[in-house]
Each structure stands twice: as structure tokens, then as C-alpha cells.
Write a protein that binds this ligand. Structure first.
Ligand code: C2E
Ligand code: CA
Ligand code: CA
Ligand code: CA
Length: 283
């Protein structure tokens, strides 16, 4: 961030310096956020298209900043990933998600939970231990937990990803390839991966009713997944027509704003009880 001036003094690139300062304070603020309960998980339901039931929710992080309001994950997760702070965040997410699942179980609400795992987490040798501790603390078993791992995370270093995924698979976790279709997986790798689900990226889903190419991609991905014995879920379902089309194509589950936005835990509980969403399923 520095360069030598003609006079021999070191002058700093002020833009970069400001940027570095900003990142330092963002880092400090994130640490503060974890320590002061400013992070919060929201939960988005997944509908099983055969039974029209909701048995699983995806945990999605938000930062409730005391001054700046709710900050979405895209504004701090990539930063946390680039600095390694994601390890701390992921540990918090795992504990909070399992705590919530346990609380729901005590309310006789039985829900599986999906947790987003970053590329960097896959290289964290403490990851299995973090899971074990949280599962012990909150009396959870691995079959209640799905790990969503992006296709690009797997393809950055397929060899070591394969090792970690095998390990997690042996521990009994269900694994889903998130954002499928955006990360150029080779089919040879896909065959080797111990995953049980493909999640079709929302960029193919949102407009599939109007875009023939998207529709063809979605249909082929569902067939590909099924031919490999995988469960296929579509994210980003925003209207009834897309829901109907996916069901007719044999897609197994859906997730999206048309069913529900991600909700705070207590709001989700009320929403599930209202069962109003079932009218959409019966259309
Ligand atoms: P993702 O895992 O692909 O999550 C899907 C995103 O799409 C979420 O955004 C969700 O709110 C949004 N979404 C759901 N339904 C619809 C829909 O019908 N239409 C549209 N346009 N969007 C929809 P969100 O919550 O802002 O999360 C963004 C990304 O941040 C996630 O993408 C994931 O990559 C990351 N993320 C979120 N929570 C966590 C976390 O706990 N850990 C990690 N490592 N990453 C997380
Ligand atoms: Ca996800
Ligand atoms: Ca996704
Ligand atoms: Ca995504």
C-alpha cells in the first residue's frame, strides 16, 4: 500500500489506506457483533413437493447492527471469508442453529436444518470437532442436519474437498451442492462426491417461465440429479407458475419468496401454524 516518492519519502496511497482502515474497523465491528449477540439467524422453509409438507428450513445469517440496521450476509460474509473470520462466524451459526432446532423439538416442532458452509470452512481442521461439541450440547444427531456447500467451493480444490466431504458423510451429515449450475462441476467429480442433494441456483429458476434456455437447463438438471440418485431442490421460486412447472418436472422440493421469505424463528413458528401456505400447494 505504499510507494516511494521522488524525494525518497514513503507516501501512502490514501485510498488504499482508507480502505485498510475501513476493513480494520469492519473486523473490529464483526468481533463485537459476535460477542454482543448482534448476529441472528433467519429461517427459510423448504416445501417437499410430493407431500406438500415443510420438514426442513435453511438458516440464513443477518447482522442486526445497532446503528445501521439489518445488514444482509452479502455485505459481510465475503469479507469474513477473505480474512478467515468466517471460522468464528460458522462456529456461532452451527451452535445457534442447533440450539434453535433443539428448542423447536421441545415445542414438538420437528424440523431439519440446513447450514451454509463456506469453502474456507472445508479447510478448517476443527470443523468436525465444532459439530461434535454443538451436537452434544444440543442433543442433535447428524441426520437432522444438511450442509449446503457451494459448487464453486468444491471446485476450488476438489481433491481436499472430497476428503472433507467423505469425512462429514461418514459422520452422517446430509450434503447438498448449493448454487448448482454456476460452478462448472465436472460430472466425473460429481459422481465421486458423497452428496445427497443438488440445489439448482436461483438464476435459472427466477425467470424459467419466460426463458426457454433456463427451462431446458432446469429440466436437464432435475433429470441428471435423479439419474444419479440425488434429491433435487430449486431455490428462488417466486410465483405459482414456477412452483407448478417444477412439480410437473418432478423436482423434489422448492424454496423461495413465493412460499416464504426467510423469517425470524418466532415468526416462522406462527407462520407454520397458520398453514396458510398450504393453499398455494393445493392450487
Ligand atoms: P444462498 O445460500 O444461495 O441463499 C439463498 C439466498 O437467496 C438468500 O439470500 C435468500 O434469502 C435468497 N432467496 C430466497 N428465496 C428467494 C427468492 O425467491 N428470490 C430471490 N431473489 N432470492 C431468494 P441471503 O439470505 O441474503 O443470503 C445470501 C448468501 O449469503 C447465501 O446464498 C449464502 O451464500 C450466504 N450466507 C447466508 N447465511 C450464511 C451463513 O450462515 N454462513 C455462510 N457461510 N454463508 C451464508
Ligand atoms: Ca444456501
Ligand atoms: Ca443458493
Ligand atoms: Ca447463492
Amino acid at each position: 500500500a505504499s510507494k516511494r516518492s521522488n524525494s525518497g519519502y514513503v507516501v501512502y496511497d490514501t485510498a488504499l489506506e482508507a480502505h485498510a482502515k475501513q476493513n480494520l474497523s469492519l473486523m473490529a465491528e464483526l468481533r463485537h457483533a459476535v460477542e454482543h449477540q448482534e448476529l441472528k439467524l433467519f429461517y427459510q422453509p423448504k416445501v417437499d413437493l410430493r407431500s406438500n409438507t415443510i420438514a426442513e428450513v435453511e438458516a440464513l445469517i443477518r447482522w442486526q447492527h445497532p446503528k445501521r440496521g439489518i445488514i444482509p450476509p452479502d455485505q459481510f460474509i465475503p469479507f469474513a471469508e477473505s480474512t478467515g473470520f468466517i471460522a468464528t462466524i460458522t462456529e456461532w451459526v452451527i451452535n445457534e442453529a442447533l440450539r434453535q432446532r433443539h428448542q423447536w423439538e421441545q415445542m414438538r416442532l420437528s424440523l431439519s436444518i440446513s447450514i451454509n458452509i463456506s469453502a474456507r470452512d472445508l479447510l478448517n481442521p476443527r470443523l468436525p470437532q465444532i459439530f461434535e461439541q454443538a451436537m452434544q450440547r444440543y442433543q442433535a444427531s447428524a441426520d437432522w442436519i444438511t450442509l449446503e456447500i457451494t459448487e464453486s467451493a468444491i471446485m476450488t480444490d476438489p481433491q481436499s474437498a472430497l476428503e472433507v466431504l467423505n469425512h462429514l458423510h461418514q459422520s452422517g451429515f446430509r450434503m447438498s451442492i448449493d448454487d448448482f449450475g454456476t460452478g462448472y462441476s465436472s460430472l466425473a467429480y460429481l459422481k465421486k462426491l458423497p452428496v445427497s442433494e443438488l440445489k439448482i441456483d436461483k438464476s435459472f429458476i427466477t425467470d424459467m417461465e419466460n426463458n426457454h434456455d433456463d427451462e431446458v437447463i432446469v429440466r436437464s438438471t432435475i433429470d441428471l440429479g435423479h439419474n444419479m440418485g440425488l434429491h433435487v431442490i430449486a431455490e428462488g421460486v417466486e410465483n405459482q407458475a414456477t412452483w407448478d412447472a417444477l412439480r410437473d418436472m418432478g423436482c423434489d422440493s422448492i424454496q423461495g419468496y413465493f412460499v416464504s421469505r426467510p423469517l425470524a424463528a418466532d415468526v416462522l413458528e406462527t407462520w407454520l401454524q397458520s398453514s396458510h401456505w398450504k393453499f398455494k400447494a393445493q392450487h
